[in-house]
Write a protein that binds this ligand. Sequence first.
Ligand code: MTE
Ligand code: MO
Length: 595
Amino acid sequence: MDPTGTEQHRPDDTAADSGQEVLRSFRTELVKKEGDTVDAGWAGGIPAQYGVAPRVRVGRTKWFNLLWLIPIGLLLLIIGIAVAKGIRDLPGVQSFMQRYPGMSHLPENSPVGFPAWLGWQHFLNLFLMTFLIRSGVTIMADHPRFYWTRHSTPGRDWFRMQKPVPPDPLYTAKQDSITLPDGVGLPGRRHSIGLARWWHLGIDTLWLVNGIVFFVLIFSTGQWMRLVPMSWDVIPNAISVAIQYLSLDWPVETGWVNYNSLQLIAYFLTVFIAAPAALLTGLGMSPALSTRFRRISSLFSIQAARSLHFLVLCWFVLFIVVHVTLVLTTGALRNLNHMYAAADNESWLGFSIFAVSMVIVIVAWVAATPLTYRYPRKVQKVGYALIGPAERLFEHIDSKPGQYSEKDISPYFWHNGKYPETQEYQQLRAGNFRDYRLRINGLVENPVELDLEQLRALPQHEQITQHFCIQGWSGVAKWGGISMQTIMDLAKPKPEAKWVIFYSFAEGPDTGIYYDAQPIGQMAYRLTMLAYDMNDEPLSFGHGAPLRLRNEVQLGFKLVKWIKGIEFVEHFSEVGGGQGGYNNDHEFFGYRQSI
Ligand SMILES: Nc1nc2c(c(=O)[nH]1)N[C@H]1C(S)=C(S)[C@@H](COP(=O)(O)O)O[C@H]1N2
Ligand SMILES: [Mo]
């Protein structure tokens, strides 16, 4: 590491004049982001880094490159066609197909045709899904690995789009992140997860509203009967349809009245299984919910939720590819009239409406990334307006203490962030933090400076909890230190104090020290603490020595490491860039990201 030593704000005779020093705010060491756009200097000038083709682990150490699925899929398709053609004329198959022509009977009262609202909902769904998928993949690219347990142990990932984790013990998750081409990701640039999350969570609320309207309408109009298999003969009928497709003698299209059974199963799975699963697995990734609902999260860990969320995406992508192919190859004009003109004929009307809607989709697709780079602050604001109410709801969930036991502690705990390089910090570290002082000031009755001995003399608090980095990895560790309540009892915040700022010795990627603001209400939570020990040893350099924050209803980026000061303020807008934290100021994260 290169000690730049650009900051020398702690005079050597600190102890002597600590009387005034204790009142001095560290906010002068914060640097505002220059220009509110995303440009070449993004995230401290992090260079583009493309990952590797997606791979799935087979056995303990072998990795299967998923690009092989393309030739394998084609080969299987050809074999399938040959087999279907070969068996279709066999007498047994013939009588099977007569018995099961490919469609289940509908109830007498089921509706015929498609209402216009369905066309609108279908379009909105498609439109919103383009943003959801692109931003979702961008979030994935920030930690391009998947795991099944809450430990994100290198080599135990089941999927990766990145090389194996190098042996460097201080390798960070940020170094591990990968770039997506701008038109693919939303926005796509390496480590643009803050903006991708606004898109993902913000659009998601709209998608949910559209979905709720859809469910209400299909149940109130009887349209649901056309989407739910009501007899087991749907299975032999689906097999029959599969034989008809594969033997290239396709079933007669009757979608206006009744879907064929294979179609029915695909639609049923998409509407009633995949869409709710997308929501549930999404919620399963919430740190606030997973620490609160311990029982569920011990069976269904945050990493399992993230893996399943990704598999749901794979289902949607597969569905979209097959669905679009079949719509366009089984009588495109009639099919497009069904969904876009609510009519069952072969005029060009449906196609024309479809074409206009596609222009809208394509323009939005092409514009989304450049607009995000130009107006990231707006994306942050609109995203927060959309998802903020739900986030505020979750952040009032206080988690229970004693979350995990010793045996749950992760064998590997990722590092993240930018390490402190200032001379001030190097000197303290060289002196084993003998000269370290934690400064607590701002809107408090009793501003104080405490050295490590004094901190260790305060009542000790321990907890075993799960850390969740916004990038996607997690890990369980035991933390030892001081409950924030103890600090509050000592410093006595005034009634005007509503936010607590934590300042770090370390700079962020864009220069200026790292900091974060937290609502004072969360400081009284049983699991909010300052940690000086990790897994029964003094906190290591990489994990934040000598002191770091733990607040278990917040994501990792809020948990400032290498803390040098705590300041109680009325509102965070007076501090730094005014957005509530370093990543909020510089990378457009949210100040409330409990989910
Ligand atoms: N000072 C400082 N604190 C920081 C960061 C940082 O860059 N600087 N990164 C944060 C992020 S993004 C995470 S996930 C956690 C990582 O903590 P760990 O390295 O102990 O796993 O620290 C947080 N605290
Ligand atoms: Mo993080």
